[in-house]
Design a protein around this ligand. Structure first.
Ligand code: SF4
Ligand code: SF4
Length: 109
């Protein structure tokens, strides 16, 4: 498994631009989740100032199918929908979709 956690400049740029553009939200289709936890590890590493792999700090929570009948993937209230976890899911569980609402200071427009 390749654990070279490098976020593409495109995603970093997009994370910055999301405050100015249409807000995009992470959409979850958990049926094909393998429980690999790459999404959660990437989230904990890239979205915390400690820069550590720590599942307890991940804003995406995974309960894989081998722990219960159906896999569950959810985002907590701290998730900013930056999309980093989407880039690290290789199984098509995570995607992003525009919500049609504006984020940031322009949101009242
Ligand atoms: S979209 Fe949410 S869960 Fe995914 S990496 Fe960003 S903050 Fe973490
Ligand atoms: S959502 Fe994707 S990256 Fe996260 S545990 Fe499931 S299969 Fe792995």
């Amino acid at each position: 498994m390749n654990w070279s956690f490098r976020v593409s400049s495109a995603v970093q740029q997009e994370s910055h631009e999301v405050t100015k553009l249409m807000k995009r939200q992470v959409v979850i289709s958990p049926d094909h989740c393998t429980g690999c936890l790459r999404c959660a590890l990437a989230c904990s590493y890239f979205t915390t100032k400690e820069r550590e792999f720590n599942l307890s700090k991940a804003r995406i929570k995974v309960l894989p199918g081998w722990q219960q009948r159906d896999p569950e993937v959810s985002l907590d209230g701290e998730c900013n929908h930056c999309g980093i976890c989407v880039e690290y899911c290789e199984f098509g569980v995570l995607s992003r979709a525009e919500t049609g609402t504006r984020a940031g200071p322009e949101s009242s427009e």
